[in-house]
Design a protein around this ligand. Structure first.
Ligand SMILES: O=P(O)(O)OC[C@H]1O[C@H](OP(=O)(O)OP(=O)(O)O)[C@H](O)[C@@H]1O
Ligand SMILES: Nc1nc2[nH]cnc2c(=O)[nH]1
Length: 181
């Protein structure tokens, strides 16, 4: 891949990993599983911006029980494909005392982002923490946490589309892609 590939070049060098229809089925099943556990808890649902924006937009209308909604914004990949320190742009809400919290993220990779969110959420008084990730990546290392609800398992390749970026671009693709190997 060239050092500064154009958006079109990235797309040409990529392959689709699943269809939009498959994603719809996966998210529908996740909504049912989440409802079985949380429908009587009135959870605070937090979207992890930016990557989880499309996943959240598909999942939320299918959660057919009362909930409160807000978001956190933390990034540790910036516009690169390597994670670093988590940079908090918007931290979890302060007023989580005794609340059950469900955090929605697009991908659980090394797990440091969700682990840091869990720590802040519990410090802010939550009674219980749950996480739902659209993609659980298979990596060679142990993760600091496992997701309570996971949609699809994918191999250790940098993915983009459906909310996830590559070099800051292509979050708007309607399904998930990876660069050809
Ligand atoms: O499990 P980890 O290795 O910690 O990685 C997962 C996180 O990485 C991505 O966020 P990113 O930092 O790229 O910010 P973005 O959501 O704005 O793209 C993704 O949206 C997850 O939040
Ligand atoms: N866009 C994107 N963000 C990530 N954050 C952690 N892993 C990934 C990935 O594969 N793609």
């Amino acid at each position: 891949m060239a050092e500064n590939p154009t958006p079109q070049h990235i797309l040409e060098q990529s392959e689709q990993l699943c269809t939009a229809q498959e994603l719809a089925g996966i998210i529908g099943k996740m909504a049912q599983d989440i409802a079985k556990t949380l429908s009587d808890q009135c959870p605070v649902v937090l979207c992890v911006m930016n990557g989880a924006v499309i996943f959240t937009g598909h999942l939320l209308p299918q959660l057919n029980f009362p909930l409160h909604f807000s978001y956190v914004h933390g990034t540790r990949y910036h516009e690169t494909t390597q994670g670093g320190e988590l940079d908090w742009k918007v931290a979890p809400p302060d007023d989580l005392k005794d609340r059950v919290v469900l955090v929605l993220d697009d991908v659980l990779d090394e797990g440091w982002t969700l682990a840091a969110i869990r720590e802040r959420v519990m410090k802010n008084g939550a009674r219980a923490f749950y996480s739902a990730v659209l993609v659980d990546k298979v990596i060679a290392r142990d993760k600091p946490l496992q997701a309570d609800f996971a949609g699809i398992t994918l191999p250790d390749r940098y993915i983009f589309g459906f909310g996830m970026d590559i070099h800051g671009m292509w979050r708007n693709l309607p399904t998930i892609y990876a660069l050809k190997q």
